[in-house]
Design a protein around this ligand. Structure first.
Ligand SMILES: [Zn+2]
Length: 406
């Protein structure tokens, strides 16, 4: 394993602030119980640009080539497409050329194809997720500057480039931004979505810290990336995705009149909230310790009362959280998930068996469902009405661990 010494955005010097306990890679599910390697993970502060990032680098091929996280399985994610397209509907038609970076299972591309029937290209390393649709061009691979040159040669420049939930995942985000700069039309739009650092720190969402997430982005960090790559951050919108994300509209630096004042105001607000202050990050580690013990005590109390707990959601977040808190077979019976790709596999580092969430309705031996995919709680609680109606209760880990009865 490699360790980053310089900032992934500005190459400034890093300072380690928090070391977590070692965890196995959160997406590394197995057919059998295994003894997976556990890797260190830490949060580091860039002395120069203040960007918060992990220092531990795992080869991207190892992390993403057999990715099991599918956009299409969550209804909440589909609703997010509607919300995104609503903002740009009048700018997209059948002549619009669209590129999606990290197109995952092609859910968003299929959505666009149905709606606009336009020219669409997607690029993603997870070959296992790509579905056939003859209207889509899907390139297996990682998007970077070199890849952008190949795409440019083959398809020319694009009107729209979408990069959702990918900038935080790469070791060098400058590669994505310089690639975008290379293939976006002069009047084109790039839409970049990333989980926002503000709720991650404020609402203590430390379950976002795992090896796939290399950096934790603020509006300032996206602004810095644009500036370094001669692009303009023209608009920002707060969205509900992933427990709180930012949707950034990025454009080419030409004759545009951009409302800089608004972006500066956002960054001022982030600064006021302590996002660029390393002492706030130090304090964060103490808050995490308190949260961990609260969560473990709640689960132990339920177990002592003779009740049974299972987890809903074998997401990356969930795998990070249960490993950080040493939540294992002693407290949890099984994990349920909607994704077929994960069924009958065992969780990395904790060896819990993943079962089809459809079984919850029939399973009498669950008293509590611990929602590790807490960001989808509304959708899950609605879906598991039968469980709730027969007296089942939900445990929500964030911001404070609690039980939902109603
Ligand atoms: Zn930096």
């Amino acid at each position: 394993m490699k360790f980053r010494k310089k900032c992934r955005i500005c190459y400034g010097t890093l300072k380690k602030i928090i070391s977590f306990n070692k965890i196995s890679l959160v997406g590394d599910f197995s057919k059998r119980k295994t003894n997976k390697t556990k890797y260190p993970i830490s949060l580091n502060f860039c002395k120069k640009c203040k960007h918060i990032q992990i220092a531990e680098i795992i080869k991207p091929e190892k992390l993403f080539s057999k990715y099991l996280w599918q956009t299409g399985v969550s209804k909440t994610n589909i609703l997010l497409f509607d919300d995104l397209i609503k903002d740009y509907e009048n700018k997209i038609n059948s002549n619009t050329k669209v590129l999606e970076v990290a197109s995952n299972d092609g859910s968003f591309l299929n959505y666009l194809d149905k709606k606009f029937n336009n020219f669409i290209v997607g690029i993603d390393p997870a070959k296992n997720l790509q579905k056939r649709n003859k209207n889509l061009i899907q390139i297996p691979g990682f998007f970077n500057f070199t890849e952008s040159k190949k795409i440019l040669e083959k398809f020319g420049k694009f009107d729209f480039i979408f990069a959702r939930n990918v900038v935080a995942h790469v070791s060098n985000p400058n590669e994505i931004f310089s690639g975008i700069k290379n293939i976006i039309k002069n009047d084109g739009y790039a839409i970049i979505e990333v989980p926002h650092l503000l709720p991650i720190l404020k609402n203590l969402q430390y379950d976002n810290v795992f090896h796939e997430h290399q950096g934790f982005h603020s509006i300032k960090s996206i602004y810095d990336l644009c500036k370094r790559n001669k692009l303009i951050l023209s608009k920002v919108k707060m969205i509900k995705s992933q427990g709180g994300s930012i949707r950034c509209e990025v454009r080419k630096k030409n004759h545009l009149r951009i409302k800089r004042a608004k972006i500066s105001k956002y960054i001022y607000n982030e600064r006021k909230n302590g996002l660029f202050n390393q002492n706030y990050l130090k304090e964060y580690s103490l808050r995490i310790l308190k949260h961990k013990s609260k969560l473990i005590n709640l689960l132990k109390k339920i177990k002592l009362e003779g009740k049974r707990i299972s987890i809903y959601g074998a997401s990356g977040k969930g795998q990070a959280l249960i490993q950080f808190c040493n939540i294992d077979k002693k407290l949890i019976d099984n994990i349920y998930d909607i994704s077929k790709l994960k069924h009958n596999k065992f969780t990395p580092g904790t060896n819990l068996k993943i079962l089809d969430s459809k079984r919850i309705r029939k399973e009498k031996k669950i008293d509590f469902l611990f929602l590790s995919s807490w960001n989808l709680k509304r959708e899950i609680i609605q879906q598991e009405k039968k469980f709730k109606n027969r007296g089942g209760k939900f445990i929500i880990p964030f911001p404070t661990p609690r039980i939902i009865v109603k």
